[in-house]
Design a protein around this ligand. Sequence first.
Ligand code: PLP
Length: 392
Amino acid sequence: MKLSQRVQNLTPSQTIAITAKARELKAEGLDVIGLGAGEPDFNTPDEIIEKTYESLKKGETKYTPASGIPELKKAIIKKMARDNNLDYSMDEIFVGNGAKHVLYNVFQAVLDEGDEVLVPTPYWVSYTEQVKLAEGTPVLIETDESTSFKLTPELLDQHVNEKTRMLVLNSPNNPSGMVYTKEELKALADYLEKTDIIVVADEIYEVLVYDGEHISIASFSEKIKKQTVVINGVSKSHSMTGWRIGYACADSALIKGMTGLASQSTSNPTTPAQWAAVAAYEMDKTFLDSYNETFRNRRDHAYDLLMTVPHVECIKPEGAFYLFPNFKTTAVKCGFQTVDKFVTALLEDKQVAVVPGSAFGLDDNIRISYSISEEMMTEAMTRIKNFVTERI
Ligand code: PLP
């Protein structure tokens, strides 16, 4: 069957592919350790599950408004005011089927053919594909270790032209784990305020910050707030990836456009999952504190072990749950021309699955998710170290 050009041009998500490959090898009986996970490794808190069950029993099983139930919008508004110093009204909130779907709707609602969207590398795999699906043109801005993989106003200025419509800014970052400081964000906000560029601020890893603090770029002024779409959700914050609830906070005109799209495509996100998200935001904050501490300890543990692997260079990440080391020298010293080839051989020989940096636009790095137990991480790092020392 002949498929559309749109679908033929699509690059399937490599992170999902590597997770599937690891699962496949596991099913064959191999002892695979997957370091590709993009989700917390424990179950959704019981309190959320119980409240969802109660809502189902009460009959919350029907259609809702396409952009979400008022109760969830109110909970989001409260959260944004409390945690991000941002005031939104009900018509400035859109709830969708996970942050990924919300981002998809944002690009569909804003872009026309040929509009350019600036995407700093390394980038989360779906941004560029979603921009293409909306007939926009992704324009990559290469960042490297010299700016801790962060965008600067100077770099931004080199890529802005009359076709630039949007900029994607993801902090805490997947895959680099970097978190923009207040000063860095302020400098970007000062530059952006002088333009009409729409800023897509993907803040899905907000609660997973270990050094410094999370600040939303939208919070610097009314002007920057008006041109920013804040993306967030409960997937990473409450271990709710499968429930599919994410949201956008933005100017009401954009929210209206996104709601129209949803009304003709997905309708509302699943009703019980919306009530689950209300329960998540009503939960005591001590849950988030212990959650954060678990991941901070895992980060320290994984980073210390990684630094014992010969020739590896890695900036210590400040947030999310990924390490993003440069493996180029290690790969070459082990006899591999590329880090991609090193990654494939590592999976075949030692059954450790990591995601190659090429999936995120940086060929010399790999992404290691530390969303696994410390025991498993110790075993994985031992295998990686053995793989390397057996070859150099
Ligand atoms: N944004 C980033 C940076 C992510 O890493 C992910 C998930 O991996 C998402 C958005 C999508 O989140 P959701 O599961 O809510 O669709």
